[in-house]
Design a protein around this ligand. Structure first.
Ligand code: NAI
Ligand SMILES: N[C@@H](CC=O)C(=O)O
Length: 373
């Protein structure tokens, strides 16, 4: 498994060649697959700015593909024909043998197992960019240990897409907080998939189950849509923001109203859940019909920083309110602070979707690359 990347060569004008970043990509579903496409398309622009992004290793849950240099185009065929069973130790061996530098592991999975490998990735020289929210929502002991390990090995971990997909939510909140602003409350629609579902369900005569299926087909839901419907995904987002604000809260501290009816909760497998998805319909038809006139359903998260309270719930809100007017898979996040007391700072836009999320991941990669030599 030899991979000879184009080395840092001198150009005829005497300038150094482009700075090369080596990505090991875990997950080639909606986000990972789109990320490869976006990197290929943006490569000429990166090169013009002196940056070259290679993806020498592409892995899904069971296969790893060790690519040839500059051969990312058409990686799917290579992946199928020349993929190896995926073992993290083989990836470490490969990057070592090929002396690959500026290593970034991109986690575009929803896998807890991969998060378990973050420490060995860091110890083997990788920075991490993650769309996966799990590492930031395990217990505080794990959260702290991860940051201590990153510090010890001088590695970075960027995860802007954990909240609001491609929207600059974490960055904005972090900038405010780090500059001494006292954030008091963050509230809004944090789930792109549930925004899409309730925006349409409130306005159309289509069944809840049918709209949910379309949300999954569009790549808005989690790989297991029950993560969205249970409220876990929004709870994770609130917890991530709370921790950015130095609140040492645990996942169990988030008060969540699950949208999964009791008979489908708990022990159903993903496949059984999909088979019985129509059982969701009566519950949501009732909720829709029991509202006051001119009201719509929205699934809302609220972090009250001053009270250290995290709540996730379904509300009925006037159709002409800011949340009531949401369209598509938009998120709307209101940030209240000492400077934004009466009128919140508002971030709004697509809160899910493979294009916006992959672009957000690529944004983190480029940001990280700026600080590499
Ligand atoms: N789809 C969206 O709009 C957004 C997704 N995200 C996050 O991005 C992540 C990926 O989402 P999607 O691409 O929609 O999911 P997906 O289900 O389309 O793709 C997941 C991929 O991960 C792979 N995978 C699973 N376990 C793995 C492992 N141990 N090692 C390597 N690969 C593994 C699967 O084989 C699959 O290729 C999730 O954590 C999700 O929460 C974040 C923001 C928005
Ligand atoms: N499933 C999530 C995707 C982004 O995090 C959502 O619906 O918001």
């Amino acid at each position: 498994m030899k991979y000879s990347e184009s080395k840092d060569v001198m150009t005829p004008s005497g300038n150094r060649g482009p700075k090369t970043i080596n990505i090991v990509l875990f997950g080639i579903g909606n986000v990972g697959g789109t990320l490869i496409k976006q990197i290929e398309e943006a490569q000429p622009r990166f090169l013009a700015k002196g940056l070259q992004i290679h993806i020498p290793v592409i892995a899904n849950s069971n296969t790893a593909f060790f690519a040839k240099p500059n051969a990312e185009k058409g990686w799917e065929a290579g992946f199928k024909s020349f993929g190896f069973p995926q073992f993290i130790q083989d990836i470490f061996k490969f990057v070592k043998e090929n002396e690959l530098k500026n290593l970034i592991a991109v986690d575009a999975t929803a896998s807890a197992d991969l998060v378990g490998e973050y420490f060995s990735l860091i110890e083997n020289g990788f920075h991490i960019v993650s769309a996966n929210k799990i590492a930031n929502t395990l217990d505080v002991a794990f959260y702290t240990k991860l940051r201590d390990t990153l510090k010890k090995h001088h590695r970075r971990f960027l995860y802007e897409t954990n909240v609001g997909a491609g929207l600059p939510v974490i960055e904005t909140i972090k900038n405010l907080h780090d500059s001494g602003e006292r954030i008091t409350r963050i509230r809004g629609v944090f789930s792109g998939s549930l925004s899409y579902i309730f925006n349409r369900f409130s306005a159309e005569e289509k069944s809840f189950a049918d709209i949910l299926k379309e949300a999954s087909e569009n790549g808005y839901t989690e790989p297991d849509a029950r993560e969205d419907l249970s409220g876990n995904d929004v709870a994770r987002k609130l917890l991530i923001l709370a921790r950015e604000l130095d609140l040492k809260r645990e996942f169990e501290d988030v008060k969540v109203d699950s949208l999964i009816p009791t008979q489908l909760n708990g022990k159903t497998s993903v496949n059984e859940f999909k088979r019985r998805i129509d059982e969701l319909n009566p519950t949501f038809e009732n909720k829709k019909n029991q509202q006051a006139k001119g009201h719509v359903l929205r699934y809302v998260g609220e972090l009250s920083v001053t009270e250290e309270r995290l709540d996730v719930k379904l509300v009925s809100t006037p159709a002409d309110s800011p949340l009531g007017q949401l369209k598509g898979a938009d998120s709307l996040i209101e940030i209240y602070s000492d400077s934004y007391k009466k009128q919140p700072l508002v971030i709004q836009g697509a809160g899910a979707g493979k294009e916006v999320t992959a672009r957000g991941v690529l944004g983190d990669i480029v940001k990280l690359a700026e600080n590499l030599i």
